[in-house]
Ligand binder design. Structure first.
Ligand code: WTA
Length: 642
């Protein structure tokens, strides 16, 4: 396949194909202007995608500064919006298709998922879960994960999903911070054919948490689980409440739906709380307008639900719209490198949404894998999590999209809850490499160091200059977010901490983060958090963590470590890796641990991270005159593997 002969000049725009536009959920080229003219009432279009138990008074209430209220007066329940309201028309339609790692699978119709959620909600209520309680969910990609999220939502409880790959310490910390007294987990799961023990980690976390914790354990592997005091069996709980119908708890639009932790500059996990009304409306609206999801579609967002992408576009967006969502456990290359393509073929997937990291891995594995399968059901492709380079963009379109599917490159983050910058696939031309424009109703600029808009093509930083429905509670309330949310002379601003350029048509190209975070395989880690873990290893004097370009994962973690005098290096390398695995999880284990007698420092003693980044990426080092110890540069270069 060679594609459709689209113009491949860098930066050239590619119009959406007419077969796509004519059927797209949004195809009106005037939508941008309309939203602008009608802001904030334009957001009723998102609010009206939901069913409200009490209608909202207005889409938005607020002035130039917080508090900002989205859909004030409105009351709703998220599980009713994702389940109950679809029953009259599609109780026998599949809500969820699950593909297990060992090639087994299961699906749930809307009615079946409704029943599972109700039985679990009744069980959790019996354990004492009440409106406003925080329930931590520590499950891999199994159907019981979205069921547990929706069961919490039904009760008005706040879910706190912790990525299954995180360690016991990371879990305990997130439970403590969220003051969570309930945990839903499982015995273990398969990854690449190996059984991974999950309950052991949950047990250790429970011991580390101060308060009493009730634990519900799913026997996923089916080998029987030992349950001690305070533990409850998931299946017994469901069986005991089979057929139960739990009255849903109506929540105010601004009430929290869930908490999720992400990595920030401080090195500590940062809790982000999303609302029931604004978040759900924004997610449903972008699932419809950007991902073009319709009820009759099968939608596959290949992200793990442990991260925000899975919350928004595996669970809430697709289910709010009444579509079929695909959930897949395990990895893309097991048992074979054609696993995803086989599944797209098997389930006639219409929309496929994944990360550039994955696409670069597919490229490396070769086009022969997708070519063995019929991918003609695909109508739209999406990417998220990091910039996609033009080569990967074209490969994706040619080899997965049959040379003709539009691609939406969607920019957003845990804090934004839903997509803010992208193209509307039925309206806007695509520019490979650029994410797109701020969506209708979203206002953003690219600014220079003094906060002034900069010229097209110049490197600056993205700033969001108007509130959006999916904003987290802290931004809406005006809780202090340090320098990230400010009110300046020209009003309220939110800084996502992303470097970017903008062209003269308003298309934004993202260039990576401006804070101390590294994005590995689309997952965000804080360099500070990793450094403090590494420095805690006996024998380590100092450490600096930087991101190095990596062919498949986009960025790889390089740890530069200065050992204490006399420390045994071979042994230390293992201990550094183990410490990171214990504190954060195996996903954050450094690709390279480079020992150096000293770290590069400025005269004031600050570690010159920029220099380490350049060394890690084998780039020109630029100006090193600020270095106190220039003799170290040669050492660093000779020891860095590249
Ligand atoms: C980056 C994931 C370029 C960005 C949804 C952002 C992107 C961070 C894109 C958020 C994109 C996300 N192009 N960069 N399309 N999408 N990012 O919180 O740096 O895990 O701030 O949310 O990923 O990561 P998070």
């Amino acid at each position: 396949m060679t594609g459709d002969g689209a113009d491949r000049t860098p930066g050239a725009a590619i119009d959406p194909p007419s077969w796509f536009s004519s059927g797209a959920a949004v195809s009106d080229p005037g939508i941008d202007e309309q939203f602008e003219r009608e802001w904030p009432d334009c957001w009723e279009r998102a609010g009206d995608l939901l069913d409200w138990e009490r209608p909202y008074e207005t889409a938005f209430r607020g002035g130039d500064t917080p508090p900002f209220e989205w859909f004030p007066g409105g009351r709703l329940n998220a599980s009713v919006n994702c389940l109950d309201r679809h029953l009259p028309e599609r109780k026998n339609q599949r809500a969820l298709v699950w593909e297990g790692q060992l090639d087994g699978g299961r699906s749930y119709t809307y009615l079946e998922l409704y029943r599972e959620v109700n039985a679990l909600a009744a069980g959790l209520r019996d354990l004492g879960v009440e409106e406003g309680d925080v329930v931590t969910i520590y499950l891999p990609m199994v159907p019981e994960l979205p069921a547990a999220m929706l069961a919490c939502a039904r009760l008005g409880a706040v879910h706190n999903v912790v990525f299954a790959g995180f360690s016991a310490d990371a879990l305990a910390e997130r439970m403590e911070r969220a003051d969570s007294g309930f945990l839903v987990t499982c015995d273990g799961y398969y990854r690449r054919g190996d059984a991974i023990a999950q309950k052991n980690k949950a047990d250790n976390a429970r011991l580390a948490v101060d308060r009493d914790v009730d634990v519900v354990v799913l026997d996923h592997l089916g080998q029987g689980v030992h349950l001690g005091e305070g533990y409850h069996d998931y299946c017994e709980l469901i069986d005991a409440h089979e057929g139960a119908e739990v009255e849903s708890v109506a929540r105010d639009a601004a009430d929290p739906l869930f908490r999720i932790y992400t990595s920030g500059t401080t090195g500590e996990p940062r809790g982000v709380t999303h609302t029931t009304g604004g978040y759900l409306a924004h997610v449903a609206w972008t699932a419809q307008s950007v991902l073009d999801i319709r009820p009759e579609d099968t939608h596959w967002c290949a992200a793990d639900i442990g991260w925000i992408t899975g919350h928004s576009y595996v669970v809430y967006g697709p289910l709010a719209l009444g579509t079929t969502t695909v959930l897949s456990a395990g990895t893309a290359d097991h048992p074979e490198r054609d696993r995803l393509w086989k599944l797209i073929d098997r389930h006639a997937v219409d929309v496929f949404y994944t990360a550039p990291t994955a696409i670069r891995a597919f490229m490396k594995w070769g086009a022969e894998h997708p070519e063995r399968h019929d991918l003609s059901s695909l109508r739209l492709l999406g990417t998220v999590g990091e910039p996609i380079d033009e080569r990967a963009w074209h490969w994706y379109r040619d080899h997965i999209g049959g040379g003709e599917c539009p691609i939406v490159d969607t920019w957003w983050q845990t804090e934004t809850g839903a997509i803010l910058v992208s193209t509307l696939p039925g309206v806007d031309a695509m520019k490979p490499g650029a994410a797109g424009k701020p969506l209708p109703g979203i206002e953003a600029e690219v600014v220079g160091p003094t906060g002034e808009p900069i010229d097209p093509g110049e490197r600056g930083e993205l700033v969001i200059t108007r509130p959006w429905p999916g904003m987290p509670t802290a931004l809406a309330d005006g809780t202090d977010w340090g320098e990230r949310a400010t009110t300046e002379r020209d009003g309220w601003r939110y800084y996502p901490e992303d470097a970017a350029t903008i062209d003269d048509e308003g298309y934004v190209t993202f260039l990576g983060r401006t804070d101390e975070a590294v994005n590995v395989a689309g997952r965000r880690f804080s360099t500070m958090e990793l450094e403090s873990t590494i420095v805690g290893v006996p024998g380590v004097a100092e450490a600096a963590v930087v991101g190095a370009d990596h062919e498949t994962t986009g960025t790889a973690i390089y740890a530069y470590v200065a050992p204490e005098h006399g420390a045994e290096e071979a042994d230390l390398r293992e201990r550094v890796r183990d410490a990171v695995e214990d504190a954060v999880g195996s996903v954050a284990v450094p690709e390279a641990v480079v020992f150096t007698p000293d770290l590069p420092k400025t005269r004031s003693g600050k570690i010159m991270r920029r220099l380490l980044e350049d060394v890690a990426n084998d780039e020109d080092l630029g100006d090193t005159s600020a270095l106190r110890n220039p003799e170290i540069v040669g050492e660093l270069q000779s020891r860095t593997p590249n």
